[in-house]
Design a protein around this ligand. Structure first.
Ligand code: R5P
Length: 283
C-alpha cells in the first residue's frame, strides 16, 4: 500500500500513513512558466495499491488531485483509492436555473475516470453519493468530535440550521448533552436570517456545530443570538474549516474556542479525522 498526497493534504496523509503503516510517497509539483501544473509521483507505482489523498477545495486542488490519480493509473497501479477529505463543489447537486452546471457531479465523474473507489468526509450534499458509479463512502466523524469535546462540560449542542440537526443530535448524545437547531434562511451567499428556538440559554455552555465554515456569516450570527440570550461559554466546531476571507480570526475573536478537523489543514484544525479514514481504508 502506497499513500500519495496532494500538497494541501500532506498533514492528514502523514497521519494516515502512520496509522496504516503504509509508505508515503514523495511527490514533486511545479508550475511551468505559463502557469500550467506539473506533477510527478516519486515512487514505482507498478502493481501498487495506491491511496491518493487530495482535496477538491480549489480549482488548483482539483487539477492536482486529478493528475495524481491519473499518474497512479497510467504508471501501473493495481488499484487507486481516492480520499477526498474535503469535497468541494458539493453545494450544487442540481440545476436551479437553465444553463447551470451540476458541479458536484462534474467533479465526481472526472475523478471516476481514474479512481476505483472514492472516500470522502461528511460531504455537504449527500445527493452526490447517488451520482457515483464506483464505490463511494461518505465517512462520518462524530466519534472524533465526541472524543474531543466529551470533557468540556457542554450544556447544549446547537446546529445553525435544521440540515445539520442530526449531526448535533449525534454529537450531543455522544457527549451527554442535548441538541437544538436554529431556524436559518439564506438570503444570498453572504447574508442569512436566523432565529433561536425558545429555551433557557442563560449561563449555559454552548457548542455550535456545522459541517462547513466558509465566510463565517452563519456562525457569527448564531454567536450574536446566543450572546443576546446571555449564554455562558460559546464554543464553535465544524468538520471543514474553509474559512473564506479569513473568517477564522473573526470567529475566534467572538467565541470561547474554535476547533475544526484536519480535512483542511490550518491553524484551527486540531481534531484529526485520520482514525476515521483509516478504519474505512483498512477494511
Ligand atoms: C450550509 O448549508 C452549511 O451547512 C453552512 O452553514 C454554510 O456553508 C456556512 O457558510 P458561511 O460560513 O459562509 O455562513
Amino acid at each position: 500500500m502506497l499513500i500519495v498526497a496532494s500538497n494541501s493534504s500532506i498533514g492528514l496523509a502523514r497521519k494516515l500513513s502512520d496509522i496504516l503503516g503504509a509508505r508515503l510517497s514523495g511527490c514533486s509539483t511545479k508550475r511551468f512558466p505559463d502557469g500550467e501544473l506539473y506533477v510527478r509521483i516519486e515512487s514505482d507505482l507498478k502493481g501498487q495499491d495506491v491511496i491518493v489523498v487530495g482535496n477538491t477545495r480549489s480549482d488548483s486542488d482539483i487539477l492536482e488531485t486529478l493528475f495524481l490519480i491519473n499518474s497512479s493509473k497510467e504508471n501501473g497501479a493495481s488499484s487507486v483509492k481516492l480520499v477526498i477529505p474535503y469535497y468541494g463543489y458539493a453545494r450544487q447537486h442540481m440545476i436551479y436555473k437553465p444553463g447551470e452546471s451540476v458541479s458536484s457531479r462534474a467533479v465526481l465523474k472526472t475523478m471516476e475516470n481514474w479512481a476505483d473507489e472514492i472516500i470522502c468526509v461528511e460531504i455537504h450534499d449527500k445527493a452526490t453519493v447517488g451520482f457515483a458509479s464506483k464505490p463511494f463512502t461518505n465517512v462520518e466523524v462524530i466519534d472524533s468530535l465526541g472524543d474531543f469535546f466529551k470533557d468540556r462540560k457542554i450544556d447544549i449542542v446547537i446546529s445553525p440550521d435544521d440540515g445539520g440537526f442530526s449531526r448535533a443530535e449525534k454529537l450531543a448524545e455522544r457527549i451527554g448533552s442535548r441538541a437544538l437547531y436554529i431556524e436559518k434562511k439564506r438570503i444570498d451567499s453572504r447574508t442569512v436570517q436566523m432565529s433561536l428556538p425558545e429555551d433557557d440559554y442563560s449561563g449555559k455552555n454552548i457548542l455550535l456545530v456545522d459541517d462547513i465554515i466558509s465566510t463565517g456569516g452563519t456562525i457569527i450570527k448564531a454567536i450574536g443570538l446566543l450572546k443576546s440570550k446571555s449564554a455562558g461559554r460559546i464554543y464553535v466546531t465544524a468538520i471543514h474549516g474553509v474559512f473564506a476571507s479569513g473568517s477564522q480570526s473573526q470567529i475566534s475573536a467572538v467565541s470561547d474556542g474554535l476547533w475544526v478537523t484536519d480535512t483542511i489543514d490550518g491553524e484551527f484544525s486540531s481534531i484529526s479525522v485520520a482514525r476515521d479514514l483509516a478504519k474505512v481504508l483498512d477494511r
